[in-house]
Ligand binder design. Sequence first.
Ligand SMILES: C[S@@+](CC[C@H](N)C(=O)[O-])C[C@H]1O[C@@H](n2cnc3c(N)ncnc32)[C@H](O)[C@@H]1O
Length: 710
Amino acid sequence: MAEAFEEWLDKHGGKKHASLDLVKELPNGDRGVVATAPIAEGELLLLLPINCALYMPNDEEWAKRGSSFPEAVGYLHEHHRTLSPFLATTLALMSEVARGGESAWAAYVGTLPPSCPDCLLNWSKEEKKDLEGTALEELGPDPAADAFKRHVAPILAARRDLWPLQQQGEGEGGAAADEAAADLALFVRVAGLVQSRAFHLEAENWVSGAKEISKLEGGGTQVFLLPGIDMINHSHNPARRNAHLQRLNVAQAAAAKLTEGGAPEGVEAFFVMRADKPIAEGEEVLHTYGNLSDAQLLQTYGFLDSEDGFAQLPGGAASGSGSQPPEAAAEEEGGNGGKKGGKKRGKAGASAAKGKEEAEEGAGYRNPYNAALVPWEAVEDVCCGLMKSMDQGLPAALKRAKREFLAAAGVLQVAAPEATQFVLLAREPLPDELLTAVQVLLMTKEEFNELKREHGGEQAAAGGSAAGKKGAAGKSPIKGAAGKGKKGKGGAAAAKEEAEVDKAGEGKEAAALPKLSLGTALLEEDEDFAEMVCIATLQVLKSCVERYPSTSKEDVRLLKSSECTGRQRLAVRVRLGEKDVLQLAQKAVVELLRKLREGEPIGKDAGEEEEEEEDEKPQGKKPAKGKAAAKGKPPAAKKRRGLGAEASSDEGGMEADAAATAVDEEEDDDGLLAGSDDSERVGYGADEFDDGIGEAHDRGKAHEAPKASE
Ligand SMILES: C[S@@+](CC[C@H](N)C(=O)[O-])C[C@H]1O[C@@H](n2cnc3c(N)ncnc32)[C@H](O)[C@@H]1O
């Protein structure tokens, strides 16, 4: 199989390093690319002419060399242009698989595994129950069966010559049922392969130049199957990675002396895999599939990282494993790529030690790129409930106006604001969007109207341009606002209030406003408001923690038990990872509140402010509160709200609330989350296509290209 592939590659002008085994069986039963002799840094590992890749061409490519694409690709290009790139590439590979020995890609098809075993596509309903509450919880119909029925089956039926029927046995329900079952089975198999092997790259003009490939963008992507290159496994650990992918145009490939004797006819570009560092004999070639959370890794690739070096990173997480025994995971170490330092070092050392201990006990490695999702609905419910408890219930029109305003101001997604999910990251557990949304929801009608006027006003002054605008942070949109502590209104008053929702900003919501980022300026000015915002945020986070059927402690216990194996273990690790992030967010809120109460500077420039404060402060004088104080202004007058009447008359009120809502201290501080410094925001935003399947990249934000130093 490897020889047939190498012959095929050679025939098409591709190259493979002589000292590489592309299909080496690894100790864990998987296959990987392994060096059979030492390879020097910079050496070419694989060169793949673009004509060997399976993908949907853009119009320009099609015009230039349409005839070199498989027939199925041509058919899809001509007749199904709105199909998602993922489904189109899946159908392209299905055609080559179904055509067997007749396919021009038969040698490549021969290198493919039977399936992507643990990809979610292959999980039963029962197994998926363990993912309840996570980003991977399936709420609608089975996405694969749904995509098959809606998009794939009609295409197969229309062109049986391109997608010949697979061999079927005699089954119940007659020949038609058998055909459909065989088609669906092939689709699920191939979709799993494409999902776990394809590269999602920005569509670009090939002739324009080389490009680092790991940078993926939400829009305008092409989904490429890159034979041979797709044999390389992933590592989260920069210290273990030793290869990276580039695409080069013909001139660049020639300049790099990759195509002596000239490029094969009709080839405009190459995919190139090179050694980033020396690779020892017997060492596996590894690169990165992206900075992906556990949920994204599981959904797309059917595995969770079971390595490796984060225990060694200063401030790093412990090693451990989802699928291998914890003892083995705890033994595996390596890597030293972390850059954390400063004040956190002392604690990090202790955390790493504690983390290692936990790994040994079986708690497992936790991914520093993990994320948790907070649905808008939860935020709205909690905030509206809180306002109601203060006799300031939000009438429907005001609720709608706030939602529309937040969408126009870039805090909620525009197309379907209600479907927004705030993405909390281990490295940024309290995103500004979430704090901003909570603040806006907790504003009285008057405050909200004033915010709208100020924020809309900025837009008018800027000629409607949202680019580079700062938002309303630090401007106190509620300064001088009336209506604090308003008492309850009956139905008629509420109806009047609906009618009173300020018309000033109306219509502006439709247009894009500058991005709204309230930060903490308002919280620093108004202690009661700050307490409300913190309580509400803690309640929101608590409601998110409660959506899981188990607690973190139970999950850790499960991971420690030898019975928790296979897919159940993967699922438990995903939900524990999400809960870790929610716990970090809870801690961040409690810390924010503490700082606000103690008048400590907050935010990125806190250090600078502290210094400024030090310089300006007369000797022996107590530091004043907040930013205003830091800038030499008197602290803002304390403001009172409905809730504040109780909470602030009882000095322990907030602590009690926070304690009731916040972190289980026994469970926190496991020190397992801090790790690499290059965690990037990853999310699960709006789907571009309504396939409902595919991979994390179609649903998420771009991942940063690995830094040069990696
Ligand atoms: C692009 S393929 C890599 C080649 C694959 N190992 C093979 O034998 O064909 C991606 C698949 O390899 C496996 N894989 C890659 N990196 C892995 C890792 N770090 N740990 C476990 N499995 C991994 C997963 O099954 C994943 O879906």
